[in-house]
Design a protein. Sequence first.
Length: 202
Amino acid sequence: MNKLQYAFILIIFIISVLCFSTCPAMAGITNGDFSQDPPGYGWTFSSTGVDVFSDSTAWNNNGFAALYADFEEEASVSELSQENIFLLPGDTQLIFDLIMYKSEGTPETDTFTATFGPEQYILLSSDFVGNEYSETVAFDVTGWATGPYTLTFQLENEPDDILTSVLIDNVKFIPAPGALLLAAVGLFSTATSRKLKTKISE
């Protein structure tokens, strides 16, 4: 294998690294950091109980989505979703950041639910002490079919005197570590093997 072939393999590898490191959030999830305009681009949300902020000074230095349940006498549901999501080869996790806030008042049990395919995450406002809880949630998607899938965030409010809100940001897929390296090693091994076979045949 000559220098030109080595250079070609190196260029392909670099392009693959750049693609897999930047594309997972874009190829599967549209506007996963909520920074694109118009606010909420790529997402579907209920007419009430959902706000999307794309301000660069917002939480996590980009945008975020907020689901909230106000001081209401009746139960209500606010929902944010995205359909037709496809996985890339090598994707192992779907992750997102969340913060739940609740105000002082009559004890209640508002329920936040995140659903993606068969995976589901549930957080109750009564699950934690204090006014704030934060977590990075990860769904294991290893070995899943390509899709399509629907991702849904939902906040269900029970009648109470509590203001509950959930902030969501950085929704993205995570590829398997080392997947690109293994692919590059395989490509290099194949090229080297062919070179040796050529020399032997000569």
